[in-house]
Design a protein around this ligand. Structure first.
Ligand code: URA
Length: 243
């Protein structure tokens, strides 16, 4: 991998700052000064910035189709967790789930060790759409609920009022709907549906940004494709520098 890319996960600066630092002769690889940001390095190389050795890590990105009855956590004494779906050879890579799906929510969960992307995908600031397919009990939802979502649903819970960010509700037949959220408040879908006087029967996330879950085997873990990663980074304002 390129030297500047290898250093970008090390917390030493942004990709363009790192290029400048490399060009100014402050970076060495296996004891030799390197001034080309595109110099090819391996994870096993010893890389120093300003004379200090830095830990270079490889960023990894996966999609898990989370099954029902699994905690979005890397460890639990009693219950199955998403860590049970991560193969042994990836166990030391500091992977963790991006955001949280409830124990009974299924579907698309991104798992990565890229802290910056993880933060941006969950921050409301970047408005990354997350799409959920919901089945619910009770009377069919109506255009009135669609409008409430556009305006921002107001939750009144235990005497406390919370105004949610605008969302999109698509009505479907047979007690189903698609809800698109741009923030990730705890149990947000279930709370919105409850505020409409219905309750969620099943909840499945099938899309984040342009990344769509096409697995139909719960528990499947696969790497993000290059195109999927680029599109997520673009949406999160982390477009890789092409030079
Ligand atoms: N909203 C919820 O209510 N639950 C989830 O798991 C995700 C979003």
């Amino acid at each position: 991998m390129r030297l500047d890319k290898a250093l970008s996960g090390s917390g030493e600066g942004t990709r363009s700052e790192l290029k400048k630092i490399i060009r100014s002769g402050k970076v060495s690889v296996n004891g030799k000064v390197v001034t080309d940001p595109g110099f090819k390095v391996e994870l096993s190389d010893d890389i120093s910035v300003y004379g200090n050795e830095v830990a270079v890590k490889e960023n990894l990105y996966f999609i898990l189709d989370k099954p029902d009855g699994v905690l979005t956590a890397m460890e639990d004494k009693r219950l199955p967790t998403v860590a049970d779906y991560i193969p042994e050879n990836l166990k030391g890579k500091k992977l963790s789930p991006v955001g949280r799906l409830d124990y009974h929510t299924t579907g698309l969960l991104i798992i990565t060790n890229d802290g910056e992307l993880s933060h941006r995908l969950t921050s409301p600031k970047y408005k990354i759409p997350k799409m959920y397919e919901v089945t619910y009990s009770g009377d069919p939802l109506t255009e009135q609920h669609v409008k409430q979502c556009i305006d921002g649903v107001i939750l009144e819970e235990e005497g406390k009022k919370t105004v949610l960010k605008p969302s999109e509700l698509e009505l479907k037949e047979d007690g189903r709907c698609i809800l698109t959220l741009y923030e990730g408040k705890t149990h947000e879908v279930r709370r919105i549906i409850a505020s409409f006087g219905r309750s969620v029967l099943t909840l499945r996330r099938f899309r984040i940004g342009d990344v769509v879950l096409n697995e139909n085997e719960p528990g499947t873990l696969r790497p993000l494709t290059h195109e999927e990663l680029v599109s997520l980074k673009e949406q999160a304002g982390l477009m890789p520098d092409p030079s």
